[in-house]
Ligand binder design. Structure first.
Ligand code: LCS
Length: 391
């Protein structure tokens, strides 16, 4: 059942009953290797003349079910699952860019992505320019003859700045550049970049897709041709996901739409409540009318998501008091799961980003990031209220 509307695909895509036992839940194929019927079959599989499993770094049935599920949800031809979101991002980038190529990336990126693009890949001869990708003229201007990849996070982590995906994809296509969008913040339930012309989608499935703070994993989503070209990098550099994490993520995906509906509904109310709170300086949430790209959010997203950032009046010290006084909300990095989490990006998720890059991008020292879970909204607000009272 790979057709139907989103909720149907979330429950069924890739998740076919096990042909040998009829098990409704995809089995966890906890096997590193697969026996061949004979040497000829082994040779044929290695030569790509026969389909079938060989060795779990090269493919595993549980992982394959997850890949089919994610591809269906993103409206893509295919997907590859990876050991983390960072494995997905670095594999995709290294498959697209070779020595002396150039990456154009958003100026507010997850800290790990910033590190890979601006520092680690530099060691392999790949250049990177950070640009505000919400400014299309700036993007055009920053394109170089050797630019091979335009990389966007929309909304960006943690600024919640949006990039117009249709416009960026058009610019990139005109220059023969591959676009990659990190869709971790939204999940395919709320946003499907490929529908807007983006070539490749990457995910940290650690977040909303698995949804229960019990998995670290990633995914690369795109055309069969792109993924086939990426496979030598993906398989030989060893970015593969394990079957248990794949199964947990499949289990999480079955309720993705239900969780995201609740999280988005609560986040919209919490963002408005925070915006009206006398101790809050500002709130960045795409669902607020005060968000400068609220109209774009309505156009390219099916909902505004569970993530927001805000600053408490009194800056860093006041924000720290809120984080140290929450009781229900967990003071932890990560996001998108059933538990509400609060964190301080400048000293945590984005601590690896040099301060000058952080400030230039607008990530102020007082910024607090908030990921809304599925707990009762009254309890989340009461917890924030008592913590803000102590700030
Ligand atoms: N992309 C985004 C937008 C992320 O937020 C993260 C991790 C990654 C990619 C990398 O995924 P991972 O390798 O961790 O699965 N973001 C984190 C964060 O904001 N807090 O903790 C991790």
């Amino acid at each position: 059942m790979d057709k139907g509307k989103f909720a149907t695909k979330a429950v069924h895509s890739g998740q076919h009953p096990d042909p040998s036992t009829g098990a409704v839940s995809v089995p966890i194929y906890a096997s590193s290797t697969f026996v061949f019927q004979n040497a000829e079959q082994g040779a044929a599989r290695f030569a790509g003349k026969e389909t079938g499993y060989i060795y779990s770094r090269l493919g595993n049935p549980t992982v394959r079910a997850l890949e089919e599920s994610i591809a269906a949800l993103e409206g893509a031809e295919d997907a590859r699952a990876s050991a983390s979101g960072m494995a997905a991002i670095s594999t995709a980038a290294m498959a697209i860019c070779k020595s002396s190529d150039h990456i154009l990336a958003g100026d507010a990126l997850y800290g790990g992505t910033h590190k890979v693009f601006t520092d680690i890949l530099k060691g392999y001869g790949v250049g990177c320019t950070l640009v505000d990708t919400s400014d299309l003229a700036a993007v055009e201007k920053a394109i170089k003859p050797n630019t091979k990849l335009i990389y966007i996070e929309t909304p960006s982590n943690p600024l919640m700045k949006l990039t117009d995906m249709k416009a960026i994809a058009k610019i990139a296509k005109a220059h023969g550049i591959t676009t990659v969008a990190d869709n971790t913040f939204m999940s395919p339930y709320l946003q499907r970049p490929i529908e807007h012309g983006v070539d490749v989608v990457v995910h940290s499935i650690t977040k909303s897709l698995s949804g229960h703070s019990d998995v670290v994993g990633g995914a690369i989503v795109g055309t069969k041709a792109f993924l086939k070209a990426m496979d030598p990098m993906y398989k030989n550099m060893g970015a593969t996901l394990g079957p248990f994490e794949a199964w947990l993520t499949l289990r999480g995906i079955k309720t993705l739409h239900v969780r995201m509906q609740r999280q988005t509904e609560s986040a919209e109310k919490i963002a408005k409540w925070l915006e009206d709170h006398p101790k809050v300086e500002w709130v960045k949430y795409p669902g607020l009318k005060s968000h400068p790209q609220h109209t774009l959010a309505k156009r390219q997203m099916d909902g505004f998501g569970s993530m927001m950032s805000f600053e408490v009046k009194g800056g860093v010290e006041a924000g720290r008091k809120v984080m140290n006084n929450v009781k229900l909300c967990g003071l932890a990095v990560s996001l998108g799961a059933v538990e509400t989490l609060i964190c301080h990006p400048p000293t945590m998720t984005h601590a690896v980003v040099p301060k000058e890059d952080r400030i230039k991008a607008g990530i102020s020292d007082g910024l607090v990031r908030f990921s809304v879970g599925i707990e009762d909204i009254d309890d989340i607000i009461a917890d924030l209220d008592q913590a803000l009272a102590k700030a």
